[in-house]
Design a protein around this ligand. Structure first.
Ligand code: G6P
Length: 612
């Protein structure tokens, strides 16, 4: 995680850097900072406040310069205090920002201590700063071209992941960037050249980008950009045009991005399926048609909310396509000794396409001999999309709120399309059924609008949830992962402890927690398991638990003592989870608002988790 920006410009770089940080803040917000070269000296402003107040501090400190670097931090090594905020300096001569984790930092710290370096922070980054300084001094240090080779030699010593941006006080025209394991792009402009963790950080500044590859080191000057590989050999990297609109990341009339993104779900889903009029493997890229025929099972790997999308889809793959599906948390799968099957399709699901564990899991699957891999992802240019054999873009548009909402529902749409594709290829999707599913998909945005219209009723429930410290969520079958997602949303943004259970498991433990003080949210679609679920609800009621039920209009559950009901539209068949997650998103959102938490930037979390 962490976001980094760097610039070499004909103009003062401070506003480009602070604006870039503002757009990268989703990557972490424990602290932020900016450093420039001003009258031959390194100058910086660092703060544990948010980026919004950094610009004022920069102005107050009269910071300005034509080269500079900036950082927004998600703390790994060292508490989130100013001393550990980036940019980190070495000997007043080298400035660095870093995203990633250096695993051998302790050994390097000792070695550098012996060489006389005094550490001012608890960060792993400071060892990189001193290593670069040491390498730079060792090779003469004053020559401008030396900085790139000093960085290269320092990087040879590192184990772990990094994206860095570096400049030196005695080299006024150069910024060096490098990446391995963490993302970094180079932006090429008329007025200058830039580095950033993602292209959105530079939207409106440049439109031409180089996506650095693993091990690449880039040297940015006003004259251009030179890229070398790990060994120092010059390499050519393709320049890609990417026009991004900044309006997509503006808040508009909403108070929070999460609220905006919840309400965008009908339109982004409409966009995602606009051109889908037949079910075909071509939706997943060239060659998928042939490869998918060989598939006899699925392995879905993801983290967080994306993992729950995979869990939901497992039910679709097995019931519609009759293809066995296994779903694994990426951080577990990547280190597990597993048995690869050449006919398994490995599906990585990710909003960002940069989640370190999911990327590593993809690599692990490939190294284990899995031939077929598919990325379902929301960022076309992400590492995951580039590394998987097949791709499907979820088209949710930029998601800024840390708690994922529209990315989740568009992932579900993509996974449903995949289930239909596999089903059709296996002769299990008659034309009439295909048409019915497509019709249902195209009517989904209107259905979602009718669920969003329930907001006022949900706000009233949120008042009660704001006063509780614990909640249980229940669901069964296809809606058990939706209960899990509802509990995750509540805990991550409102800090209310929430746990989800398959309703049938209640009696094996969690029922002991049920008292008149325990709210129990129940996802109650009118599906084949409804009667079973109703029995589980009675078990809660008999123990005075407070049931909050999201029931389909035709679920026939009436409000009563200790039982509150919000009535959803009529049951929506296989696509029901996409409707049922929305009120849970709204419940979490309004509970968080009532508790006054920082909804879009919940404590200790970040949107893009680019470290293990
Ligand atoms: C973080 C985010 C979650 C997200 C998860 C996986 O934890 O806060 O919202 O679901 O990462 O991210 P990905 O980008 O791979 O979907």
């Amino acid at each position: 995680m962490c976001g980094i920006v760097g610039a070499v410009d004909r103009r003062d770089v401070t506003s480009t850097l602070t604006e870039g940080l503002r757009r990268l803040e989703y990557r972490g917000y424990d602290s932020c900072g900016i450093a420039v070269l001003q009258q031959g000296a390194l100058r910086r402003v660092r703060s544990v406040a948010r980026v919004a107040s950094l610009a004022a501090e920069v102005a107050e400190a009269n910071l300005s310069g034509m080269i500079g670097i900036a950082h927004t931090r998600w703390a790994t090594h060292g508490a989130p205090v100013t001393r550990n905020a980036h940019p980190i300096f070495s000997s007043g001569e080298i400035a660095i920002v870093h995203n990633g984790i250096i695993e051998n930092h302790e050994a390097l710290r000792e070695e550098l201590g012996v060489l006389g370096y005094v550490f001012e922070s608890d960060t792993d980054t400071e060892v990189v700063a001193h290593l670069i300084h040491h390498a730079w001094k060792k090779q003469g240090g004053e020559h401008e071209s030396d900085l790139l080779s000093a960085v290269r030699h320092a990087l040879e010593r590192l184990h772990g992941a990094y994206a860095i941006a570096v400049f030196a006080s005695s080299d006024p025209g150069r910024v060096i960037g490098a990446r391995a394991g963490s993302p970094l792009v180079v932006g090429l402009g008329e007025q200058g050249n830039y580095l950033a963790s993602d292209v959105m950080a530079l939207a409106g500044t440049v439109e031409n980008f180089i996506y650095l590859e693993e091990g690449d080191i880039a040297e940015l000057t006003l004259d251009g950009v030179r890229v070398v590989d790990r060994a120092g050999h010059a390499v050519q990297r393709e320049i890609k045009l990417q026009r991004s609109s900044t309006s997509a990341v503006e808040l508009g009339p909403y108070r929070h991005y999460m609220h905006k993104e919840i309400f965008e779900q009908p339109s982004v889903i409409a966009d995602a399926i606009e051109n889908v009029h037949t079910i075909t493997a071509d939706l997943f890229g060239a060659g998928a048609r042939h490869a998918f025929r060989e598939i006899d099972s699925l392995l879905i790997v993801a983290c967080g909310t994306s993992y729950y999308a995979g869990m939901t889809a497992k039910y679709w793959f097995e019931s519609l396509a009759k293809v066995p599906a296994q779903v694994e948390v990426a951080s577990e799968y990547r280190y597990r000794s597993s048995v690869a099957s050449p006919n398994t399709l490995v599906v990585v699901v990710s909003q960002s396409g940069e989640t370190a564990d999911t990327l590593a899991a993809l690599k692990h699957a490939q190294s284990q001999g899995h031939r077929h891999t598919l990325a379902i992802c929301n960022v076309a240019s992400s590492t995951m999309m580039r590394q998987a054999q097949f791709q499907h873009l979820t088209s949710a548009g930029p998601e800024i709120g840390v708690a994922s909402t529209k990315a989740f529902t568009t992932q579900l749409v993509a996974l449903f399309l995949l289930a239909l594709t596999l089903s059709k290829q296996r002769g299990r999707l008659p034309a009439a059924q295909e048409a019915a599913f497509l019709d249902q998909l195209h009517r989904l945005p209107a259905k979602l609008n009718s669920v969003l219209a329930l907001e006022t009723q949900i706000v009233a429930w949120a008042e009660a949830f704001a006063r509780t410290e614990h909640a249980l969520f229940l669901g069964r079958g296809l809606h058990y992962p939706i209960a899990l997602e509802g509990a995750l949303k509540l805990k991550e943004i409102s800090y209310v402890h929430a746990e989800a259970y398959p309703a049938g498991e209640l009696k094996h433990g969690p029922l002991a927690l049920v008292t008149s003080q325990m709210p129990v949210v129940t996802v109650a679609p009118n599906d084949a398991l409804l009667d079973k679920l109703k029995s589980n609800m009675q078990e809660v009621r008999a123990r005075s638990g407070q049931l909050y039920v999201f029931a389909d209009a035709d679920s026939r559950i009436a409000s009563g003592d200790g039982l509150r009901v919000i009535r959803m539209p009529e049951h929506y068949g296989s696509l029901s989870p996409i409707l049922h997650v929305v009120p849970l998103q709204l419940l979490a959102y309004h509970t968080a608002c009532a508790r006054g938490t920082d909804v879009d930037k919940p404590r200790n979390l970040a949107k893009s988790v680019t470290v293990e």
